[in-house]
Design a protein around this ligand. Structure first.
Ligand code: G6P
Length: 368
Protein backbone atom coordinates (compact mmCIF):
# COMPACT_ATOMS: atom_id res chain seq x y z
CA UNK A 1 0.00 0.00 0.00
CA UNK A 2 0.96 3.54 -0.75
CA UNK A 3 2.74 5.18 2.16
CA UNK A 4 2.27 8.67 0.81
CA UNK A 5 -0.31 11.04 2.20
CA UNK A 6 -1.81 11.70 -1.21
CA UNK A 7 -4.79 14.02 -1.00
CA UNK A 8 -4.78 13.90 2.81
CA UNK A 9 -3.25 16.35 5.20
CA UNK A 10 -2.09 13.74 7.71
CA UNK A 11 -1.43 10.02 7.71
CA UNK A 12 -3.89 9.58 10.53
CA UNK A 13 -6.62 11.18 8.46
CA UNK A 14 -5.76 8.98 5.50
CA UNK A 15 -5.75 5.89 7.71
CA UNK A 16 -9.17 6.74 9.14
CA UNK A 17 -10.57 6.99 5.64
CA UNK A 18 -8.86 3.78 4.56
CA UNK A 19 -10.82 1.73 7.05
CA UNK A 20 -13.55 0.47 4.71
CA UNK A 21 -10.86 -0.89 2.36
CA UNK A 22 -8.71 -2.23 5.22
CA UNK A 23 -11.65 -4.16 6.65
CA UNK A 24 -12.58 -5.41 3.20
CA UNK A 25 -9.06 -6.80 2.73
CA UNK A 26 -9.01 -8.31 6.21
CA UNK A 27 -12.28 -10.17 5.61
CA UNK A 28 -11.64 -11.08 1.97
CA UNK A 29 -11.93 -14.86 1.36
CA UNK A 30 -12.12 -15.47 5.09
CA UNK A 31 -15.81 -15.18 5.83
CA UNK A 32 -17.40 -17.07 2.96
CA UNK A 33 -18.33 -19.93 5.30
CA UNK A 34 -17.86 -20.96 8.95
CA UNK A 35 -15.02 -23.29 7.83
CA UNK A 36 -13.24 -20.44 6.08
CA UNK A 37 -13.41 -18.44 9.33
CA UNK A 38 -11.53 -21.11 11.31
CA UNK A 39 -9.02 -21.65 8.50
CA UNK A 40 -8.05 -17.97 8.65
CA UNK A 41 -6.24 -18.65 11.94
CA UNK A 42 -3.81 -21.10 10.42
CA UNK A 43 -3.52 -24.82 9.87
CA UNK A 44 -3.27 -25.97 13.51
CA UNK A 45 -6.30 -23.84 14.49
CA UNK A 46 -8.92 -26.59 14.05
CA UNK A 47 -7.29 -28.96 16.55
CA UNK A 48 -6.36 -26.21 19.02
CA UNK A 49 -9.75 -24.45 18.97
CA UNK A 50 -11.50 -27.76 19.85
CA UNK A 51 -9.67 -27.74 23.19
CA UNK A 52 -10.25 -24.13 24.22
CA UNK A 53 -12.13 -23.67 27.51
CA UNK A 54 -11.01 -20.15 28.35
CA UNK A 55 -9.22 -17.24 26.70
CA UNK A 56 -6.51 -14.92 28.04
CA UNK A 57 -5.95 -11.78 25.98
CA UNK A 58 -2.85 -9.64 26.50
CA UNK A 59 -2.02 -6.39 24.68
CA UNK A 60 -1.07 -2.72 25.15
CA UNK A 61 -2.63 0.62 24.26
CA UNK A 62 -5.23 0.61 21.54
CA UNK A 63 -4.75 -3.11 20.97
CA UNK A 64 -5.75 -3.67 24.61
CA UNK A 65 -9.02 -1.87 23.95
CA UNK A 66 -9.69 -4.26 21.05
CA UNK A 67 -9.23 -7.10 23.53
CA UNK A 68 -11.72 -5.51 25.91
CA UNK A 69 -14.36 -5.43 23.17
CA UNK A 70 -13.62 -9.07 22.35
CA UNK A 71 -14.32 -10.13 25.91
CA UNK A 72 -17.92 -8.91 25.67
CA UNK A 73 -18.37 -10.78 22.41
CA UNK A 74 -16.67 -13.97 23.58
CA UNK A 75 -18.65 -14.34 26.78
CA UNK A 76 -21.99 -13.32 25.20
CA UNK A 77 -21.80 -15.27 21.95
CA UNK A 78 -19.52 -18.19 22.73
CA UNK A 79 -20.03 -18.53 26.48
CA UNK A 80 -16.27 -18.83 26.95
CA UNK A 81 -14.73 -17.10 29.96
CA UNK A 82 -12.24 -14.44 28.91
CA UNK A 83 -9.68 -12.34 30.75
CA UNK A 84 -8.06 -9.27 29.22
CA UNK A 85 -5.04 -7.52 30.67
CA UNK A 86 -2.41 -4.99 29.68
CA UNK A 87 0.85 -6.81 29.05
CA UNK A 88 2.95 -4.76 31.49
CA UNK A 89 0.68 -5.90 34.34
CA UNK A 90 0.11 -9.45 33.23
CA UNK A 91 3.78 -10.29 32.85
CA UNK A 92 4.75 -9.19 36.35
CA UNK A 93 1.80 -10.63 38.22
CA UNK A 94 1.38 -14.17 39.47
CA UNK A 95 -1.68 -15.36 37.63
CA UNK A 96 -3.72 -18.52 37.49
CA UNK A 97 -3.98 -20.24 34.12
CA UNK A 98 -7.20 -22.25 33.83
CA UNK A 99 -6.91 -25.54 31.97
CA UNK A 100 -7.60 -25.22 28.23
CA UNK A 101 -6.61 -21.57 27.95
CA UNK A 102 -5.92 -20.00 24.58
CA UNK A 103 -3.37 -17.19 24.94
CA UNK A 104 -4.10 -14.34 22.54
CA UNK A 105 -1.86 -11.37 21.86
CA UNK A 106 -3.09 -8.39 19.87
CA UNK A 107 -0.62 -5.98 18.34
CA UNK A 108 -0.32 -3.69 15.36
CA UNK A 109 3.47 -3.95 15.18
CA UNK A 110 4.10 -7.39 16.63
CA UNK A 111 7.14 -5.90 18.39
CA UNK A 112 5.78 -4.32 21.59
CA UNK A 113 8.24 -5.33 24.30
CA UNK A 114 5.75 -6.06 27.08
CA UNK A 115 3.40 -8.06 24.85
CA UNK A 116 6.29 -10.10 23.49
CA UNK A 117 7.66 -10.74 26.98
CA UNK A 118 4.22 -11.92 28.14
CA UNK A 119 4.07 -14.35 25.22
CA UNK A 120 7.54 -15.68 25.99
CA UNK A 121 6.41 -16.48 29.49
CA UNK A 122 3.55 -18.83 28.61
CA UNK A 123 5.11 -22.14 29.56
CA UNK A 124 2.19 -23.44 31.65
CA UNK A 125 0.80 -26.74 30.36
CA UNK A 126 -2.67 -25.28 30.79
CA UNK A 127 -2.24 -23.19 27.65
CA UNK A 128 -3.56 -25.03 24.58
CA UNK A 129 -2.06 -22.56 22.13
CA UNK A 130 -0.84 -19.06 21.41
CA UNK A 131 -2.51 -16.88 18.83
CA UNK A 132 -1.17 -13.55 17.57
CA UNK A 133 -3.58 -11.07 15.98
CA UNK A 134 -1.13 -8.82 14.25
CA UNK A 135 -0.69 -6.39 11.37
CA UNK A 136 2.91 -7.19 10.49
CA UNK A 137 3.76 -10.48 8.87
CA UNK A 138 7.11 -11.85 10.00
CA UNK A 139 7.13 -9.78 13.21
CA UNK A 140 8.40 -11.32 16.44
CA UNK A 141 4.91 -12.03 17.77
CA UNK A 142 3.91 -13.76 14.56
CA UNK A 143 7.10 -15.81 14.42
CA UNK A 144 6.76 -16.96 18.01
CA UNK A 145 3.06 -17.91 18.00
CA UNK A 146 1.72 -21.17 16.59
CA UNK A 147 -1.48 -19.48 15.40
CA UNK A 148 -1.65 -16.19 13.57
CA UNK A 149 -4.37 -13.97 12.24
CA UNK A 150 -2.94 -11.21 10.05
CA UNK A 151 -4.98 -8.06 9.98
CA UNK A 152 -4.52 -6.55 6.56
CA UNK A 153 -4.70 -2.89 7.51
CA UNK A 154 -1.59 -2.07 5.48
CA UNK A 155 1.19 0.12 6.90
CA UNK A 156 -0.01 2.38 9.68
CA UNK A 157 2.16 5.49 9.97
CA UNK A 158 0.20 7.73 12.35
CA UNK A 159 1.33 7.03 15.91
CA UNK A 160 -2.28 6.98 17.09
CA UNK A 161 -3.68 3.68 15.88
CA UNK A 162 -6.89 3.72 13.81
CA UNK A 163 -7.25 1.20 11.01
CA UNK A 164 -5.21 -1.38 12.92
CA UNK A 165 -7.81 -1.23 15.71
CA UNK A 166 -10.89 -1.74 13.55
CA UNK A 167 -9.26 -4.59 11.62
CA UNK A 168 -8.24 -6.20 14.93
CA UNK A 169 -11.89 -6.04 15.97
CA UNK A 170 -12.97 -7.75 12.75
CA UNK A 171 -10.41 -10.52 13.37
CA UNK A 172 -11.48 -10.89 16.98
CA UNK A 173 -15.13 -11.25 16.01
CA UNK A 174 -14.10 -13.98 13.59
CA UNK A 175 -12.23 -15.69 16.44
CA UNK A 176 -15.38 -15.53 18.57
CA UNK A 177 -17.35 -17.18 15.77
CA UNK A 178 -14.73 -19.91 15.30
CA UNK A 179 -14.67 -20.68 19.03
CA UNK A 180 -18.43 -20.19 19.42
CA UNK A 181 -19.11 -22.82 16.80
CA UNK A 182 -17.47 -25.33 19.10
CA UNK A 183 -19.45 -24.04 22.07
CA UNK A 184 -23.03 -24.21 20.89
CA UNK A 185 -23.26 -21.03 18.83
CA UNK A 186 -25.69 -22.19 16.12
CA UNK A 187 -24.94 -22.12 12.40
CA UNK A 188 -27.84 -19.79 11.76
CA UNK A 189 -26.55 -17.19 14.20
CA UNK A 190 -23.02 -17.55 12.77
CA UNK A 191 -24.32 -17.01 9.23
CA UNK A 192 -26.24 -13.97 10.44
CA UNK A 193 -23.13 -12.40 12.00
CA UNK A 194 -21.08 -13.22 8.88
CA UNK A 195 -23.70 -11.37 6.85
CA UNK A 196 -23.35 -8.41 9.22
CA UNK A 197 -19.56 -8.49 8.84
CA UNK A 198 -20.03 -8.27 5.07
CA UNK A 199 -21.92 -5.01 5.57
CA UNK A 200 -18.99 -3.49 7.48
CA UNK A 201 -17.09 -1.78 4.64
CA UNK A 202 -20.29 -0.04 3.59
CA UNK A 203 -21.22 0.99 7.14
CA UNK A 204 -17.70 2.31 7.76
CA UNK A 205 -17.99 4.30 4.58
CA UNK A 206 -21.18 5.86 5.94
CA UNK A 207 -19.43 6.61 9.23
CA UNK A 208 -16.53 8.39 7.51
CA UNK A 209 -19.08 10.42 5.55
CA UNK A 210 -19.91 12.15 8.86
CA UNK A 211 -16.56 13.91 8.70
CA UNK A 212 -17.93 17.40 8.13
CA UNK A 213 -20.54 17.47 10.94
CA UNK A 214 -17.93 15.99 13.28
CA UNK A 215 -15.46 18.70 12.30
CA UNK A 216 -18.15 21.23 13.24
CA UNK A 217 -18.67 19.54 16.62
CA UNK A 218 -14.95 19.48 17.30
CA UNK A 219 -14.78 23.28 17.68
CA UNK A 220 -16.52 22.98 21.03
CA UNK A 221 -13.59 20.96 22.42
CA UNK A 222 -10.66 23.08 21.36
CA UNK A 223 -10.50 25.30 24.44
CA UNK A 224 -11.41 22.60 26.97
CA UNK A 225 -8.99 20.99 29.41
CA UNK A 226 -10.94 17.86 30.27
CA UNK A 227 -13.43 15.56 28.57
CA UNK A 228 -15.40 12.59 29.80
CA UNK A 229 -16.31 9.67 27.54
CA UNK A 230 -19.18 7.39 28.52
CA UNK A 231 -20.36 4.06 27.20
CA UNK A 232 -22.07 0.98 28.50
CA UNK A 233 -21.44 -2.70 27.83
CA UNK A 234 -19.41 -3.39 24.72
CA UNK A 235 -19.36 0.35 24.00
CA UNK A 236 -17.41 1.05 27.19
CA UNK A 237 -14.10 -0.01 25.58
CA UNK A 238 -15.08 2.05 22.54
CA UNK A 239 -15.39 5.05 24.87
CA UNK A 240 -11.95 4.16 26.32
CA UNK A 241 -10.48 4.13 22.86
CA UNK A 242 -12.16 7.47 22.08
CA UNK A 243 -10.63 8.99 25.21
CA UNK A 244 -7.21 7.56 24.40
CA UNK A 245 -7.26 9.04 20.89
CA UNK A 246 -8.15 12.48 22.24
CA UNK A 247 -5.38 12.37 24.87
CA UNK A 248 -2.76 11.10 22.44
CA UNK A 249 -3.13 13.67 19.71
CA UNK A 250 -4.87 16.73 21.17
CA UNK A 251 -3.28 16.64 24.67
CA UNK A 252 -6.68 17.26 26.23
CA UNK A 253 -7.16 15.20 29.36
CA UNK A 254 -9.82 12.61 28.62
CA UNK A 255 -11.21 9.86 30.77
CA UNK A 256 -13.61 7.07 29.93
CA UNK A 257 -16.13 5.69 32.36
CA UNK A 258 -18.78 3.04 32.15
CA UNK A 259 -21.88 5.24 32.26
CA UNK A 260 -23.30 3.43 35.30
CA UNK A 261 -20.24 4.43 37.36
CA UNK A 262 -20.80 8.13 36.72
CA UNK A 263 -22.48 8.73 40.04
CA UNK A 264 -19.66 7.01 41.91
CA UNK A 265 -17.22 9.82 41.28
CA UNK A 266 -16.84 11.57 37.96
CA UNK A 267 -20.21 13.30 38.25
CA UNK A 268 -18.51 15.58 40.77
CA UNK A 269 -16.32 16.91 37.94
CA UNK A 270 -19.12 17.68 35.53
CA UNK A 271 -19.86 21.33 34.82
CA UNK A 272 -20.16 23.43 31.69
CA UNK A 273 -16.38 23.37 31.23
CA UNK A 274 -16.27 19.60 30.85
CA UNK A 275 -17.87 18.23 27.69
CA UNK A 276 -19.25 14.71 27.98
CA UNK A 277 -19.16 12.42 24.96
CA UNK A 278 -21.44 9.39 24.99
CA UNK A 279 -21.70 6.46 22.63
CA UNK A 280 -25.34 5.44 22.40
CA UNK A 281 -26.23 2.84 19.80
CA UNK A 282 -29.72 1.46 19.85
CA UNK A 283 -29.11 -1.49 22.11
CA UNK A 284 -30.63 -2.88 25.32
CA UNK A 285 -28.69 -0.45 27.47
CA UNK A 286 -29.85 2.69 25.73
CA UNK A 287 -32.63 3.48 28.20
CA UNK A 288 -30.21 3.15 31.09
CA UNK A 289 -27.67 5.34 29.34
CA UNK A 290 -30.31 7.99 28.75
CA UNK A 291 -30.92 8.35 32.47
CA UNK A 292 -27.15 8.70 33.06
CA UNK A 293 -27.13 11.46 30.50
CA UNK A 294 -29.88 13.32 32.32
CA UNK A 295 -27.62 13.31 35.35
CA UNK A 296 -25.00 15.07 33.26
CA UNK A 297 -27.48 17.64 31.94
CA UNK A 298 -28.76 18.36 35.42
CA UNK A 299 -25.20 19.50 36.34
CA UNK A 300 -24.92 21.81 33.36
CA UNK A 301 -22.63 19.47 31.40
CA UNK A 302 -22.66 19.79 27.61
CA UNK A 303 -23.46 16.47 26.01
CA UNK A 304 -22.21 15.17 22.69
CA UNK A 305 -24.06 12.03 21.73
CA UNK A 306 -23.12 9.61 19.00
CA UNK A 307 -26.40 7.79 18.57
CA UNK A 308 -28.24 5.44 16.27
CA UNK A 309 -30.62 7.25 13.98
CA UNK A 310 -33.43 5.18 15.52
CA UNK A 311 -32.40 5.91 19.10
CA UNK A 312 -35.05 8.58 19.66
CA UNK A 313 -32.67 11.15 21.07
CA UNK A 314 -32.74 14.63 19.64
CA UNK A 315 -30.78 17.85 19.91
CA UNK A 316 -31.85 20.03 22.79
CA UNK A 317 -30.50 22.57 25.24
CA UNK A 318 -26.93 21.39 25.92
CA UNK A 319 -27.44 18.17 23.94
CA UNK A 320 -25.75 17.76 20.58
CA UNK A 321 -26.63 14.57 18.75
CA UNK A 322 -24.75 13.11 15.85
CA UNK A 323 -26.79 10.36 14.20
CA UNK A 324 -25.10 7.26 12.87
CA UNK A 325 -26.63 4.78 10.45
CA UNK A 326 -28.62 1.93 11.99
CA UNK A 327 -26.01 -0.72 12.75
CA UNK A 328 -26.49 -4.36 13.83
CA UNK A 329 -25.68 -4.53 17.54
CA UNK A 330 -22.76 -6.98 17.32
CA UNK A 331 -20.70 -4.92 14.88
CA UNK A 332 -21.70 -1.55 16.36
CA UNK A 333 -18.42 -1.13 18.33
CA UNK A 334 -16.46 -1.23 15.06
CA UNK A 335 -18.63 1.40 13.40
CA UNK A 336 -18.88 3.71 16.44
CA UNK A 337 -15.11 3.85 16.71
CA UNK A 338 -14.85 5.88 13.51
CA UNK A 339 -16.67 9.09 14.56
CA UNK A 340 -14.61 9.17 17.76
CA UNK A 341 -11.39 8.94 15.72
CA UNK A 342 -12.60 11.78 13.53
CA UNK A 343 -13.50 13.89 16.56
CA UNK A 344 -9.99 13.58 18.03
CA UNK A 345 -8.43 14.21 14.66
CA UNK A 346 -10.29 17.47 14.12
CA UNK A 347 -9.75 18.69 17.68
CA UNK A 348 -6.01 18.05 17.30
CA UNK A 349 -5.84 19.81 13.93
CA UNK A 350 -7.63 22.84 15.37
CA UNK A 351 -5.22 22.88 18.30
CA UNK A 352 -2.28 22.70 15.93
CA UNK A 353 -0.59 19.66 17.43
CA UNK A 354 1.65 17.26 15.55
CA UNK A 355 -1.13 14.81 14.71
CA UNK A 356 0.98 12.03 13.20
CA UNK A 357 3.78 12.24 15.73
CA UNK A 358 2.40 13.41 19.07
CA UNK A 359 4.95 14.51 21.63
CA UNK A 360 6.50 11.86 23.88
CA UNK A 361 4.87 8.94 22.08
CA UNK A 362 6.29 6.27 19.79
CA UNK A 363 4.57 4.16 17.17
CA UNK A 364 6.02 0.99 18.56
CA UNK A 365 7.36 0.58 22.09
CA UNK A 366 10.08 -2.01 21.65
CA UNK A 367 11.85 -1.40 24.92
CA UNK A 368 10.36 -1.66 28.36
C1 G6P B 1 2.13 2.49 21.27
C2 G6P B 1 1.36 3.15 20.14
C3 G6P B 1 -0.12 2.81 20.23
C4 G6P B 1 -0.31 1.29 20.26
C5 G6P B 1 0.52 0.64 21.37
C6 G6P B 1 0.53 -0.87 21.23
O1 G6P B 1 1.73 3.04 22.49
O2 G6P B 1 1.54 4.56 20.20
O3 G6P B 1 -0.82 3.34 19.11
O4 G6P B 1 -1.67 1.00 20.46
O5 G6P B 1 1.88 1.08 21.29
O6 G6P B 1 1.20 -1.21 20.04
P1 G6P B 1 1.02 -2.53 19.25
O7 G6P B 1 1.92 -2.40 18.06
O8 G6P B 1 1.43 -3.66 20.16
O9 G6P B 1 -0.43 -2.64 18.88
Amino acid sequence: EDVEKGEYRHFMQKEIFEQPAAIQRTLQDRIDSPDAVSAAFGEPAMAIFDRVRSVQIVACGTSYHAGMVARYWLEALAGIPCQVEVASEFRYRQHVVPEGTLFVTISQSGETADTLAALRDTDSDNYVGRLAICNVDGSSLVRESELTFLTKAGPEIGVASTKAFTTQLAGLLMLVLALGRRHGLGDERIEQILAELRQLPNLLEQATALDKPIEDLSRAFVEKHHTLFLGRGVQFPVAMEGALKLKEISYIHAEAYPAGELKHGPLALVDKEMPVVAVAPNDDLLEKLKSNLQEVRARGGELYLFADKNAKVADGEGIHVLHLPAVPEIIAPIVYTVPLQLLSYHVAVLRGTDVDQPRNLAKSVTVE
